[in-house]
Design a protein around this ligand. Structure first.
Ligand code: SAH
Ligand code: MG
Length: 267
């Protein structure tokens, strides 16, 4: 992975492809060019923008998902313009469906960002109470404004601070039916260890970004920072799927969503 702007890379690659195709159309016998073209297509295989699926299927699935209300659409646009990594559409729809089936009522979220996923949960589950943690001051302000405008503020409690430090505040709101982990990827194990203590016996933990754009399966990653992050996610995934107290599965939806269910009797 290089740090080149993805759009520029895409434009450049597309331009090279169309040049090669034009030459090929003129001279079909050029084996060398044909080989070169297929090699480049292999190298730059289009997997869809930030998607684990190919672009066609990704667009097809997203196209079937119904429009969100104007406020949520505004939030999606805000996130896109300001590069806020809100959960991907198919991933969040999957999570909401699981929460409905599970009848989650009290939910803890680690990583509010601008409040998009918290509001999606509040809209999808009208009787739910969502406790959500965010440490970024600017995002907290934006989240507060959106939550206020949604008129669902009675369903959402925003805890301001680092999730590694606000356990005592969160504790006051326990126990939870579900916990959604969607904050700093390098800290997933810590978040899980701290907050799983406050999960009901038959509770569920959902963790986002566990496939990290498919990079978890790449044998070689150039950038050191990304390589270290991928290593941490891989370690978390192995730890999670071998956890003695949880049954877990990774769904290749959105950016990879892990669903963990506590083993044991429901109360
Ligand atoms: N769940 C949101 C997206 C969250 S993005 C949605 O889908 O709409 C991740 C957020 O986690 C960022 O805003 C980041 O500031 C926050 N974050 C990362 N590490 C954190 C930590 N240790 N404590 C609190 N917030 C954290
Ligand atoms: Mg995420």
């Amino acid at each position: 992975m290089t740090e080149i702007c993805p759009l520029m890379l895409k434009i450049t690659v597309n331009a090279i492809f169309s040049c090669l195709k034009t030459i090929m159309d003129r001279d079909n016998k050029s084996i060398l060019l044909r080989e070169l073209l297929s090699f480049m297509q292999f190298l730059f295989k289009d997997r869809g923008e930030g998607s684990l699926l190919n672009e066609k299927l990704h667009s097809y699935i997203e196209g079937l998902i119904s429009e969100r209300n104007p406020l949520l659409t505004e939030m999606e646009n805000y996130a896109s313009v300001h590069h806020v990594p809100i959960m991907e559409l198919a991933g969040i729809e999957t999570m909401l469906q699981l929460l409905r089936i599970h009848r989650s009522h009290r939910i803890l979220e680690v990583g509010t960002a601008i409040g998009y996923s918290a509001l999606r949960m509040a809209y999808a589950l009208p009787n739910s109470q969502i406790v959500t943690i965010e440490r970024d001051v600017e995002r907290i302000q934006v989240a507060e404004q959106f939550i206020q405008r949604s008129e669902l503020s009675h369903q959402i409690t925003l805890i301001k601070g680092d999730a590694l430090e606000v356990e005592d505040v969160v504790k006051e709101h326990a126990l939870f039916d579900a916990i959604f982990i969607d904050a700093a990827k390098g800290q997933y194990k810590k978040f899980f260890e701290i907050y799983s203590k406050y999960l009901k016996d038959d509770g569920m933990i959902i963790t986002d970004n566990v496939l990290f754009k498919g990079l978890v399966a790449e044998p070689e990653i150039e950038t050191k920072r990304i390589r270290n992050l991928v290593k941490k996610i891989n370690e978390f995934n192995h730890w999670l799927l071998n956890h003695p107290d949880y049954d877990s599965v990774i769904l290749p939806v959105g950016d990879g969503v892990a669903i963990s269910k506590r083993r044991g009797e429901s109360k």
